[in-house]
Design a protein around this ligand. Structure first.
Ligand code: SF4
Length: 329
């Protein structure tokens, strides 16, 4: 019996929220009109592990441990503009977490065999992102040559592109690759003007998807090597699962972990300074942090009258991640 393989290993781990997203540089030699990078990252030579800026390689390991990562997706910008950095980080991750720590690499370039050889044993899966204007003759390009060479060297090999007009041109390369991932086109602040020029608009006020982008993928989606990745899936499943993993290893006893993987706690900025509130620290499980006291939100509400000072409830991504909401009491 032939088993139909729906996703690459990288995608399976991504579904579980188990992949660290390692952004190795914001620099890129291409100028795709739909580039999703934010102004804070685009063109800048900065490194992020998930949403945390990396100042030293050990920061990457800490973030991977915090989420109990089973693998890493290397992205950018263009990661292969910084091949030494990619090799250094992949070596570090494989050394610390073992060779089964699955690493996939995105690249908008078509690397030569010498570059691929250097990545062998460090990167498990390569996802090429060829420019839209080459899709109609993809098999005549360096991307087809690079994909063939990568596959022969034992990399799991795929193409990953956003849903855009002309996708059907990629049908010819399917026999040469293991998978084709098509991402629903997403609206980005940086490319909003270019999208409007092309008559595109966001699906609604809540989601990032661009209205109607699925239609361009429809001709290909029935192929068993093609995988459609919706914007809602990325936001609601992938991100939520990743946050839950981080919360599992980093939430404090008094943090409430929500179904979305965020944490909720209460904050007291005590009148008269922390010292006069030492009894609170002794009576309850709570934490002094940066001149204030953090505790279970329900204790802060229950004992509100006895605790003079500024009080509020915080909901944020775990491990001191992005703040979602602050509710004053
Ligand atoms: S290759 Fe990627 S990072 Fe570079 S411009 Fe295109 S979308 Fe942006």
């Amino acid at each position: 019996m032939v088993t139909r393989r729906l996703h690459s290993r990288g995608c399976i781990l991504c579904h579980q929220g188990a992949k660290l997203v390692l952004f190795v540089t914001g620099r890129c030699s291409r100028t795709c009109w739909y580039c999703p990078l934010s102004r804070e990252r685009k063109g800048l030579d900065i490194v992020y592990a998930n949403d945390r800026q990396v100042h030293a390689p050990e920061d990457i390991i800490e973030e991977a441990k915090a989420m109990d990562a089973l693998g890493t997706g290397i992205t950018g910008g263009e990661p292969l503009l910084m091949p030494e950095r990619v090799i250094e980080y992949c070596t570090l991750l494989k050394e610390r977490f073992g060779k089964e720590h699955h690493i996939h690499l995105y690249t908008g370039l078509a690397p030569d065999e010498a570059t691929l050889m250097r990545l062998r044993g460090l990167v498990d899966e390569i996802r090429f992102h060829p420019p839209q204007e080459l899709w109609h003759r993809i098999c005549e390009t360096g991307y087809a040559r690079a994909a063939t060479a990568a596959r022969e060297m034992g990399f799991e090999t795929g193409i990953e592109v956003p849903a855009l007009p002309g996708l059907e041109g990629l049908a010819s390369i399917l026999p040469l690759i293991d998978f084709l991932n098509i991402n629903e086109l997403e609206w980005g602040e940086h490319c909003a003007a270019a999208m409007r020029e092309r008559g595109l608009e966001p699906e609604d006020g809540v989601h990032n998807a661009v209205r109607g982008s699925r239609q361009w993928a429809e001709g290909l989606c029935s192929h068993d090597r093609v995988h459609w990745c919706s914007s809602v899936f990325k936001d609601s499943v992938q991100l939520r699962e990743r946050l839950k993993r981080i919360a599992r290893t980093t939430a404090r006893p008094f943090d409430e972990v929500t179904d979305d993987g965020t944490v909720v706690y209460g904050v007291l900025e005590p009148e008269g300074g922390i010292d006069s509130f030492m009894h609170i620290l002794e009576e309850h499980i709570c934490q002094e942090y940066d001149g204030h006291i953090e505790m279970a939100w329900w204790i802060l509400i229950d004992r509100s009258d006895e605790l003079p000072g500024k009080k509020y409830i915080v909901e944020r991504y775990p491990n001191r991640g992005m703040i979602m909401e602050v509710t004053p009491l």
